[in-house]
Write a protein that binds this ligand. Structure first.
Ligand SMILES: *Cc1c(COP(=O)(O)O)cnc(C)c1O
Length: 440
């Protein structure tokens, strides 16, 4: 089915924009102010830091750039180990391909799809330099145990919060739970800064200084005493003092050249308005999710992606699990598609993608992540722009598809005594060997 044929699709946009965003743009354009690195950016960052609960929030041009720079700030030495979740978008760990480090994929928790604290506790050791995780779909990871295990060994915890804006974990916000939070304001995300944008959140003042340099085209350096003291240049005008400053210091080590990752003023102005609307758009996502949970939760062979009390899901993705085997899951996906509901499966386990297989990773490394993705998981449309009529249609279509595809929940008891227990496991639990499917 073509995109435009879906009655309920994964939307063209993940957020809603309207008159307030247009008014902000009118103000920026009409202001005569600089369009880069000005007051709107500063205001957006202050408000974002306050919302998340960190000392610093620094905006950049995308979530991917935020992750790249967070991984840079972790100062990974050659030979170090990095613990990573296999169940996330490729950008979470993509920058690690460039480093001489050993990535250890730790399996996920089948309820949350987040990295399992027990697997992290088992894998962490004195070589571990960082733990990189995602709050899958907006369901916050179980952070206390993960952070405690990482910090026992001096490892930095990087949170990919691309899905988690609006979520909460025991009253605290993702992005303030580990050491560095990375947010995305991409078009598909819960709020957007005109299609692209990102933010890093953290408490360390030193990181703020380094990051502010990198994102504005200055190298990230360690300073040393001047090695070639020469005659100080003449400062013709006061602002030319910078020439004297350049002469007065030397770089002991350049950690990384700078880049330009400046969020534009127009994007930041829209970000401020979007952040004000976050509660409203998150409430709408939760409403859609609650209707779906209520409908799907009535069936015996499915499982919901439902957090415990005191964990607030932001529902960037709506997820549920079919526990009746791969064939039933596939039949259900096809039936939903036939009824005009666009289904997505997010995400193909990263350790099985070509770039990580090329680095020695293989099937069987994360059996829970593999089984859930290949046999159970389904993501349904869930976004704040969904109309009531679309939501009613979605509920009807999901109900009809489940009624039609799921086998009867309670088969009548057999007339004869049950056969002796089989030594063979049922077909559905046989470990997967064919992982040749290409990523979705
Ligand atoms: C969207 C996303 C990113 C990348 O963000 P961009 O702003 O698109 O670069 C990273 N991680 C996850 C989990 C995402 O969903």
């Amino acid at each position: 089915m073509d995109d435009h044929d879906y009655q309920v699709s994964f939307p063209a946009r993940g957020s809603v924009l309207g008159a307030a965003e247009l008014a902000a743009l009118t103000e920026v354009v009409g202001s005569g102010q600089a369009l880069s690195a000005g007051g709107w950016r500063t205001a957006f960052e202050r408000r974002f830091a306050k919302y998340v609960g960190t000392r610093h929030a620094l905006s950049v041009t995308s979530g991917t750039v935020a992750l790249e720079l967070a991984i840079h700030l972790a100062d990974l030495r050659p030979g170090a180990e990095v613990i990573a979740t296999p169940q996330t978008f490729s950008a979470t760990i993509h920058p690690l391909v460039d480093y001489d480090v050993q990535v250890r994929f730790c399996d996920i928790d089948p309820v949350s799809l987040n990295i399992d604290p027990a697997t992290v506790e088992a894998a962490v050791n004195e070589r571990t330099a960082a733990v990189v995780l995602v709050h899958y779909g907006g369901y916050p990871a179980d952070m206390d145990r993960i952070v405690a295990a990482a910090h026992r060994h001096g490892a930095v915890v990087i949170e990919d919060c691309a899905h988690a804006l609006g979520a909460a974990w025991h009253g605290r916000r993702p992005g303030a739970l580990g050491d560095i939070g990375c947010f995305s304001f991409h078009n598909s995300k819960n709020i957007t800064t005109l299609g692209e944008g990102g933010m890093l959140t953290f408490d360390r003042d030193e990181w703020s200084v380094r990051l502010d340099r990198i994102r504005s085209n200055q190298p990230d350096v360690e300073y040393g005493p001047p090695r070639f003291p020469g005659p100080p240049p003449t400062a013709l005008l006061p602002w030319m003092r910078f020439a004297e400053e350049i002469y007065a210091c030397d770089y002991a080590r350049v950690r990384r050249p700078g880049t330009n990752a400046t969020m534009s003023e127009a994007a930041a102005a829209v970000g401020i308005v979007q952040l004000d609307r976050l509660a409203e758009v998150t409430a709408r996502r939760r409403h859609v999710a609650a209707r779906l949970d209520q409908c799907i939760g009535r069936y015996a062979q499915v499982r919901l992606h439902h957090p415990p009390p005191d964990v607030d899901h932001a529902y960037h993705l709506y997820t549920f699990f079919v526990e009746a085997g791969r064939a039933v899951r596939e039949g259900l996906v096809r039936e939903l598609d036939r009824r005009g509901v666009e289904v997505q499966l997010r995400y193909f386990p990263l350790h099985l993608t070509p770039e990580w297989r090329a680095r020695g990773h293989q099937p069987g490394e994360c059996p829970v992540a593999e089984q859930l993705w290949f046999d159970q998981q389904i993501n349904l449309p869930c976004h704040p722009g969904m109309t009531d009529a679309q939501l009613d249609y979605l509920i009807e279509a999901v109900t009809a598809a489940l009624d039609r595809t799921l086998p009867p929940a309670d088969p009548p008891p057999p007339a004869d005594p049950p056969p002796p227990a089989r030594s063979q496991p049922p077909a559905d639990s046989v470990p997967l060997t064919d992982h040749t499917a290409t990523p979705a």
